[in-house]
Design a protein around this ligand. Structure first.
Ligand code: ATP
Ligand code: MG
Length: 440
């Protein structure tokens, strides 16, 4: 992509409305613009990152055996009346009336709708286990939308739902998702800490939140450093023993909140040298809630003994749009964003130090077309701008690699390659640059 043709409205000054670093950088790097309170438009570069995150989530869900569906944003109130949540949900729910005076709502979550799909199609234990997920916009009329996309009113969530014939099978489904979540976050360059959580309005008896470490996080977590250092991610989740073992290990060391009684449990369990205390951002939340929805909504299946029983369910959320901000909170410096490779909008930022100079233009164009042909996503800064402005924008945007071509270096076949994360610079020939990014 050529910078001159890309809709990438960067800003030098810090917008006054942004209180945290991710919000500041997302505005300055031209990723999002606020449409109204807690509601954002995604501009090309922000959308690219959002899609990358979404794709990692999708791949890991599919690898864990989940099936992707797509449910609508607008739901009928009837199902929510059946489950009893229409009144419980309160003002967070955006209620809508259609032209026939029917009560509708913009979905804040989908337990009711998925249970309705399930009860119409699935009748027997033979069709279980089943896990259905979608990646769809949600609306929650938060009292205090803030921190940009971190606490929006409209936000993108992956929500998944598991269906099993009994509690034992449902707990296994829960453990599989648990381990797959840790993999998902790790693929984005993040270390997520699983923390035992309250089940809240969704109800039920088993729940974990996944937190990524960042100074601006809303929750305080205490955890065992072992959970972030040991590798249990290679577990084969199709094998029950492997999922059980990985889960038991990780939860025997789960993070604890600072409530006094939990604090003493934590101290009893974790040796002093492994105790860590950090602030965290919730990027995922999972629940096992048994038959809470299947009973009122008649989600019944025939079990092996030939009895009709309410299906056991769990629900599993990942804050896809929140993760865009969360990753920036976890990975930035005073000059801008530092994207982990897997979610970066482009792999390389190519800087032409003197656009209009024949030698520079030729070298840059040649390199840009070879990288593009080789499938290496490159943002080529071909603008007629000062070198200083180009450097500042490239650091702000935070692509993993910067390749800098200027007239003086070119005379000696010298090109600078900078690693955005470490700041390390190497000088190399054009041949070596091609070799580095395209292989031999
Ligand atoms: P929180 O405690 O942060 O309000 P929640 O517990 O209400 O979140 P869940 O119902 O567990 O949220 O939703 C699943 C995931 O969706 C959360 O872990 C979070 O990553 C994301 N999420 C929830 N609310 C928002 C929001 N207002 N803006 C952006 N992402 C959100
Ligand atoms: Mg939650």
């Amino acid at each position: 992509m050529r910078f001159s043709r890309y809709f990438l409205p960067t800003m030098k000054d810090t917008p006054s409305e942004a209180q945290i670093v991710s919000h500041r950088y997302m505005l300055r790097a031209g990723m999002v613009r606020q449409a109204s309170a807690g509601i954002y438009s995604w501009l090309p570069m922000g959308l690219k990152v959002l899609r990358n995150i979404e794709q990692i989530v999708r791949e890991e869900q599919n690898a864990a055996g989940c099936n992707e569906v797509l449910m609508p944003t607008i739901q009928s109130a009837d199902l929510w009346r059946q489950s009893g949540r229409y009144d419980d949900y309160g003002k967070e729910m955006l209620r809508i009336t259609d032209r026939h005076d029917r009560d509708m709502l913009f979905g804040p979550t989908n337990e009711e709708l998925i249970t309705d799909i399930f009860r119409r199609e699935v009748k027997s234990y033979k069709d279980l286990p089943l896990n259905l997920y979608h990646i769809q916009w949600k609306f929650r009329d938060e009292v205090r939308p803030r921190f940009g996309v971190m606490r929006g009113r409209e936000f993108l969530m992956k929500d998944g739902y598991s269906f099993d014939v009994d509690k034992e099978a449902a707990e296994l489904a829960y453990k599989r998702v648990f381990v797959s979540y840790l993999r998902t976050f790790r693929r984005m360059g993040l270390t997520a800490i699983p923390m035992q959580a309250d089940t809240g309005p969704i109800g039920g008896d088993l729940s974990h939140e996944f937190l990524i470490q960042a100074d601006t996080g809303e929750s305080e977590v205490f955890f065992d450093s072992d959970i972030v250092e040991r590798d249990v991610f290679s577990a084969d989740l199709s094998k029950p023993e492997a999922a059980n073992e990985a889960f038991d290990y990780l939860t025997s060391a789960y993070a604890r909140t600072d409530e006094t009684h939990e604090q003493s449990l934590y101290e009893a369990q974790v040796p002093e040298e492994r105790r860590r205390q950090r602030r965290g951002i919730e990027v995922g939340h999972i629940f096992y809630f048994g038959t809470k929805y299947s009973e009122p909504l008649n989600g019944l299946v025939m079990n092996e003994q030939g009895q009709e029983v309410p299906v056991h369910m769990g629900s599993y959320g990942i804050g896809v749009s929140r993760l865009v901000g969360g990753i920036i909170e976890a990975s930035h410096d005073e000059r801008g964003i530092i994207w982990p490779e897997e979610v970066a909008p482009f792999h390389i930022g190519l800087i032409n130090l003197k656009t209009g100079d024949d030698a520079c233009d030729q070298a840059c164009e040649g390199l840009y077309s070879k990288l593009s042909a080789g499938g290496v996503e490159t943002l080529y800064d071909d603008r007629k701008e000062r070198a200083g402005a180009k450097f500042a924008d490239m650091d702000l945007i935070g692509l993993p690699w910067q390749v800098v071509i200027g007239p003086r270096g070119l005379e000696k076949d010298e090109i600078e390659v900078k690693n955005r994360a470490t700041g390390e610079k190497e000088v190399m020939s054009m041949g070596a640059v091609l070799n580095r990014f395209l292989g031999a």
